[in-house]
Design a protein around this ligand. Structure first.
Ligand code: 6R9
Length: 580
């Protein structure tokens, strides 16, 4: 089998080339494809919904929701426009102002999409929280965002928010999607919608007004709130068209949860802004269910992640071959390295190779991708998209970078200047500043470029972990372990895993008077799961006598990882003791 290159297989119903793509690229031209608001304004929800209604697509299906118990609901663009208008009116009635934060802590239910679009229409800032987070990550994000409104379910409110209301002075309104709420400040989402008008005129929002807030993690400190503005929709719409070749009427399925950036940029905005029908599945991964959805809904374009692809591969080719996937025109992947076997397996079993795409919370939209007009090199992330200038650099002190050549390994950098680049980390100007040097945004990813311009991912330059596609910061996990009375110190690493890519492994030292035992290990893992949620808690935990630290007292996770994996220990000059 030849893994060096794969040509894309043409399909009989290939989209006609878009004449705009033949012209030299400019962001101005991409912007001109949007409708905008009178007076030079721009609003993501207008482009995603209202504009589609005005263009005559009001009766087309915008959202096809598949409930986990077999329910099925469709929302036309016109209905989604009306419901999001109602929510925007409701926010106005609650006194929510431009720039205020509205958080959502719900699974993939229709109310999430209504809330997101209505918040954007009202000129407020939408901030999704992953519903599988435990109470601690939820609290940290609600505090940091200073959310005034939270949309959630009765159960999630009870389990993760209610007891912490005292720590959340900014949180004035909790809107329950499935209950009425018997206490002050808690009310029904649907009663709010029912009381409002279908009509709403989006107030002027500037392209540079804040629109979305996505929390993400770094090596140190608590999660960072990456701020995106309405202008990001220029990149969402364009990449939806250029990478996925989305056009009105396409059935599109993004399996990412809107609690993470992919589930918003490509699970809400890009498909709607291109007039597609968005399939939303409420349930968790299940190979049978997923193939049935691809077949029954006649999905044309599918965006998923390597963890899911590995699980589908494990489920075997007989299963996939028993389904008619002939509607599938494009399959893509994001979030973690896509192994070459996955690309090839896609082509041989689905009839479509998986096209790897690379981007981050901070970049807001896809930057590097395998598109259908280029040969795929399995294992490579692909080529920078039009309008994106990428480079491999070595950081110099004094704000400079050295540009490296083909085959050299360094940090992936992107020339500043595309519309969906984040505009700041909330309340952390210094951390934002550190992401840039000499006009480049530095991604924190290590990569290399080959002689033909393809980019290859090597790893992270920092200590964050990608587990099942979710980005987890060590600090958040370690801090919770430190709250346990038996724990003196904790250090966390990503350990390679055949399915999740990496799992979280914690190393713990105990306080005097506590001895390692199986029971204590289980207790600590359980403690972390209750506080952090299963998606964030360590899967493995090992007791150690001491943790390697730098002279300034920082835990050297790099060394923990090297020891665990039997890798060379590298430069030990900063190590405090000679224990290594
Ligand atoms: C969209 C998203 C960003 C980090 C990124 C990198 C990793 C994303 C990848 C990939 C290898 C790919 N990553 N795509 N690694 N190949 N195609 O995932 O955003 O959650 O912020 O994560 O994910 O390390 O820096 P986010």
């Amino acid at each position: 089998m030849n893994w060096t290159t794969i040509s894309n297989t043409p399909k009989p119903d290939e989209p006609a080339p878009n004449p705009a793509d033949a012209l030299p690229f400019s962001w101005e031209a991409a912007r001109a494809e949007l409708e905008g608001l009178p007076g030079g304004g721009l609003n993501i929800a207008h482009e995603a919904v209202d504009r589609q209604v005005r263009a005559g697509r009001g009766e087309a299906v915008a959202l096809r929701w598949l409930g986990k118990n077999g329910e099925r609901r469709e929302f036309s663009y016109a209905e989604l426009a009306r419901l999001s208008n109602r929510f925007a009116n409701g926010l106005n009635r609650l006194g929510i102002q431009r720039g205020d934060r509205v958080c959502a802590l719900v699974g993939r239910i229709p109310e999430l999409y209504i809330a997101a679009l209505g918040t954007l229409k009202a000129g407020a800032v939408f901030c999704p929280l992953f519903s599988a987070f435990g109470p601690e990550p939820v609290r940290v994000r609600l505090v940091k965002s200073r959310a005034r409104v939270l949309v959630t379910t009765a159960l999630l409110h009870e389990r993760k928010v209610r007891a912490q209301r005292g720590d959340l002075p900014d949180l004035e309104h909790v809107l329950l999607t499935d209950g009425r709420g018997a206490e002050p400040g808690v009310r029904s989402f649907h009663a709010l919608l029912d009381a409002e008008s279908d009509r709403f005129v989006i107030p002027f929002t500037d392209p540079e007004d804040w629109a979305l807030l996505h929390f993400t993690s770094g090596t140190t400190g608590s999660p960072k709130g990456a701020i995106h503005v309405h202008d990001a929709v220029v990149a969402h719409r364009l990449t939806g068209r250029r990478v996925f070749e989305l056009r009105p009427g396409d059935v599109y399925w993004c399996t990412a949860d809107p609690g993470w950036v992919t589930g918003v940029s490509y699970g809400i905005v890009a498909p709607l802004a291109n007039g597609a029908t968005l399939v939303v599945d409420e349930a968790e991964f299940d190979a049978n269910r997923w193939y049935a959805i691809l077949e029954r809904e006649r999905v044309n374009v599918w965006y998923t992640a390597p963890t899911a692809i590995r699980m589908l591969m494990k489920a075997g080719t007989d299963l996939v071959r028993s389904h008619d996937l002939s509607a599938l025109r494009f399959a893509a992947s994001v979030g973690e390295p896509l192994h070459p076997e996955g690309v090839v397996w896609g082509r041989e079993t689905l009839g479509q190779p998986f096209h790897d795409t690379w981007w981050q919370t901070e970049t807001g939209a896809i930057m590097i991708a395998n598109t259908r007009d280029r040969v795929i090199r399995p294992g490579s992330m692909g080529l920078p998209l039009p309008g994106i200038e990428a480079a491999i650099v070595r950081r110099r002190t004094a704000d400079g970078v050295d540009l490296l050549g083909p085959g050299e390994e360094g940090e992936l950098a992107l020339r500043v200047g595309w519309p969906s680049l984040f505009r700041g980390y909330l309340d952390d100007a210094e951390r934002y500043r550190q992401c840039f040097a000499a006009g480049w945004y530095l991604t924190g990813d290590l990569a290399t470029r080959d002689a033909d311009g393809y980019y290859w991912f090597l790893g992270r330059a920092d200590d964050v972990i990608k587990t099942a596609g979710h980005l987890i910061g060590p600090f958040e996990v370690e801090s919770v372990l430190l709250e346990h009375p038996a724990v003196a110190e904790a250090g966390m690493i990503g350990k390679p895993d055949a399915f999740a890519g990496q799992i979280i492994k914690a190393f713990v030292t105990l306080k005097p008077g506590h001895a390692p035992s199986d029971a204590l290990r289980k207790e600590l893992i359980g403690f972390a799961r209750t506080r952090l949620g299963p998606a964030v808690a360590p899967r493995e935990l090992e007791f150690v006598a001491n943790l390697p630290k730098t002279r300034s007292g920082k835990i050297m996770r790099r060394l923990l990882r090297a020891r665990e994996l039997g890798l060379p220990l590298g430069d030990l000059s900063a190590l405090e003791t000679d224990e290594a």
